[in-house]
Write a protein that binds this ligand. Structure first.
Ligand SMILES: [Zn+2]
Length: 111
């Protein structure tokens, strides 16, 4: 499997990928690219982390997940986490408004 970020075949299993939610650090298993350092967390691992966060009562609104951007042929790609997708009932063909506010990128539905 090639790294979607840099295109090299250097993805190795990693069990020390961390995500931070409300000051809690979650350790997840996934793949890390030995060439560029990009980390990939399988969906079931993300869902497991969300379940734990819910149990701890730290998973609520606003939903905030650390995600890395990736490169595709035509530009920069952000994958919307499944949890946000579900809670907003996204179908994947919506029009969105993307704006910038300081270091924040704001994505609004219904453009
Ligand atoms: Zn890479």
């Amino acid at each position: 499997m090639r790294c979607p970020n840099c295109g090299k075949r250097r993805l190795v299993p990693a069990d020390d990928i961390t995500s931070e939610i409300e000051g809690y650090t979650f350790v997840e298993q996934g793949l890390r690219c030995a060439a560029c350092g990009e980390e990939f967390i399988p969906e079931e691992q993300s869902q497991r982390m969300i379940r734990v966060a819910r149990r701890l009562g730290i998973w609520g609104e606003p939903l905030k997940l650390r995600r890395k951007l990736s490169r595709s042929g035509r530009g920069t790609v952000l994958r919307i986490p499944t949890d946000i997708e579900r809670s907003l009932h996204l179908r994947g063909d919506e029009t969105v408004l993307v704006s910038k506010a300081g270091k924040k990128i704001i994505i609004e539905l219904g453009g």
